[in-house]
Design a protein around this ligand. Structure first.
Ligand code: BGC
Length: 429
């Protein structure tokens, strides 16, 4: 089990490698850390006014893996339904509405409203979208429904989280997503993004590149790191045999390795694999058979949270979870078994938090923000997983010492969807 540990020495090693990969990604395309310029060059000052609308929808799983056009038709139908709700209560609807699309995937952007999807992740495989422009696909779907809506911005969810929180706190320098997947975006000096030099927008331009024009004056740009793909070669990542199994079975093998060690989508599956292994060697539950442990995806992240939340002396809720939700035969768990299960969950959850801390520390030190930095964090893992925030803080202290007190970690619920609306509003101003 010690393979899941991330000791202090390893944290420092990770930070060093992270900074190196940041530099490589800022210099060249096709690196592990994609370091994608977002074309968001102005952050809100908190003085902006207006009505910005945002809505979250659950995407049905068959659409995630079906045809791309159906997925975008679904998005357009959601917009249509949302506008119908709003128009019913708004006396005078504007002639045209501007839409900022939150898109939680790596898109190589060439403008605030242009780019190509590099690859799907997080279980999405919808056909005909990789290599295409999601803005165009959504616009076409909206046009098919004759909606008077123009897509003016494509915003990664990590970028959106940063932008939305900067509206409330101008020290916000990082946006982090800790949900099913993981990612971070931060504010970089344009003169430190060598690969962006070739993309500088012309000064006189169309409506879309006008959005990027303030870059010349601010000298700053939000960079989408796509840190889920950090160290895909696994040079410093503490990868176990279980992570390799998850990777092999994933829809994007050999890529996004950090995400597979951190993201909520993978943690429960890791627990399942470890428990199945311990059962097969007779080390757990007296060797009793537990068929569910052989079934992929049979454990939900919520169970892992429950196991971690049980602090009772006899781990009664761990027993409930194991017997009622995992299918361990009644009365076959001993207190030692339950302690082992809880320990495995702790190791998996703690490793995730410590890896995230290494990423945050790397970005904060590389950008010289150790004296003042707010990190806005959105996502169910950070919000709901017990002890997660404390574990990130503890690891930050181990890495940067007392300066960790200057790094403010803030939960930014729904930041990602609000951010895209805000970027659209900034463009309109
Ligand atoms: C995607 C990122 C996204 C993150 C969090 C990752 O799988 O590649 O673009 O920000 O998930 O949603």
């Amino acid at each position: 089990m010690h393979a899941f540990g991330v000791p202090q020495r390893k944290l420092h090693e990770l930070v060093k490698h992270f900074v190196k990969e940041m530099d490589q990604g800022l210099a060249r395309d096709d690196q592990d850390l994609k370091m994608i310029p977002s074309f968001v060059t102005v952050l809100p000052r908190g003085t902006e006014t207006g009505v910005f609308l945002g809505k979250r929808v659950q995407v049905p799983s068959e659409l995630k893996t079906g045809r791309g056009v159906d997925l975008f038709d679904f998005f357009a139908a959601c917009v249509q339904e949302f506008l119908a709700e709003i128009d019913a209560t708004t006396p005078a609807a504007p002639a045209e509405r501007l839409l900022g699309l939150t898109f939680s995937f790596p898109v190589a952007q060439t403008a605030i409203d242009k780019g190509t999807l590099m690859q799907w992740c997080n279980g999405y495989t919808a056909s005909g979208v990789e290599g295409s422009d999601p803005v165009q696909m959504l616009q076409a779907a909206l046009d098919r429904k004759r909606l008077r809506v123009r897509v003016v911005a494509l915003v990664n969810d990590a970028v959106g989280t940063l932008v939305a929180h900067a509206f409330k706190d101008t020290s916000t320098h990082l946006g982090v997503i800790l949900g099913t997947g993981t990612n971070a975006a931060y504010v970089e000096r344009i003169d430190r993004i060598p690969k962006y030099a070739g993309h500088l927008p012309p000064s006189s331009s169309s409506s879309s590149s006008a959005a990027a024009a303030p870059s010349q004056s601010s000298g700053l740009m939000v960079v989408n790191t796509e840190w889920g793909a950090f160290d895909d070669a696994c040079i410093v990542l503490p990868v176990t045999q279980y992570d390799l199994t998850i990777d092999r079975q994933s829809s994007n093998p050999r890529t996004y390795m950090l995400e597979k060690l951190v993201g909520g989508m993978y943690l429960a599956e890791l627990l399942r694999l470890v428990l199945a292994d311990l059962v097969s060697t007779g080390e757990l539950f007296g060797g009793a058979q537990v068929p569910a442990l052989s079934t992929r995806g049979s454990i939900e992240t919520a169970l892992l949270s429950r196991i971690e939340r049980d602090h009772s002396a006899d781990l009664a809720d761990v027993r409930n979870v194991l017997e009622n939700l995992v299918g361990v035969p009644r009365a076959s768990t001993t207190i030692v078994d339950r302690r082992v299960v809880k320990r495995v969950a702790e190791l998996i959850g703690t490793r995730s938090a410590r890896l995230v801390a290494a990423g945050i520390a790397a970005i904060v030190t590389r950008t010289h923000r150790l004296n003042d930095c707010t990190v806005a964090i959105d996502g169910s893992l950070y919000e709901n997983y017990p002890h997660y925030a404390n574990r990130v803080r503890d690891a930050l202290r181990e890495i940067v010492g007392v300066a960790a007190d200057n790094i403010l970690l803030v939960s930014a619920h729904d930041g990602s969807s609000l951010g895209a609306a805000l970027v659209a509003a900034l463009i309109a101003q």
